[in-house]
Write a protein that binds this ligand. Structure first.
Ligand code: DQA
Length: 162
């Protein structure tokens, strides 16, 4: 089971940028905690951060046939990027959108997510803890998918044998 975590522009500045909004935790610390949870649960995890829209689209596309789920914070591209939304729809993997801040309590331009409708679910406004919630949520989604596949497998086998 493999989860890919994709971080958008300026999230490499966490711990430095607007601490009153995003808190003091650095991205590496957030990722270290996610890695611990993944290891404890026998899940493979990869992290990617980019400030460039096209690179994020490329990384999402690379998940096709390789990853089982995506956790993404598209950051400012959340509010503008049809390209990232289309990439999420294209790969059709369980995808959780994370926002550290509560975008619905902030400026009007942040209150619309272009990307969320393409995602399975969203975690918003829990601070960096939201990434942990997304990990737990993703593992739940993936185990439900697994259970469903296993339940279907014997039925399919039976049908083939008839
Ligand atoms: C953010 C919210 C966005 O509006 C902003 O541009 C970010 C971070 C969040 O995690 O709260 O860079 O995605």
């Amino acid at each position: 089971m493999k989860i890919v975590v994709i971080q958008g522009p300026n999230l490499n500045m966490l711990g430095v940028r607007e601490q009153q909004v995003y808190g003091p935790m650095r991205l590496e610390q957030i990722h270290a905690q996610m890695k611990d949870v993944a290891t404890q649960n026998g899940v493979e995890i990869e992290f990617y951060q980019s400030n460039l829209e096209g690179e994020i689209v490329d990384r999402i596309q690379e998940c096709y046939g390789d990853a089982d789920g995506i956790i993404i914070n598209p950051a400012a591209y959340t509010h503008t990027s049809i390209a990232i939304r289309d990439a999420i729809s294209a790969v059709n993997l369980p995808t959780i959108e994370v926002h550290i801040s509560n975008i619905y309590r902030r400026e009007e331009f942040r209150q619309k997510s272009m990307t969320a409708p393409a995602c399975t679910s969203s975690v918003i406004g829990f601070g960096p803890f939201g990434y942990h919630l997304a990990m737990v949520g993703m593992m739940q989604i993936l185990s439900e998918i697994n259970a469903m596949r296993q339940a279907q497998a014997p039925a399919q086998q039976g049908a083939e044998e008839e």
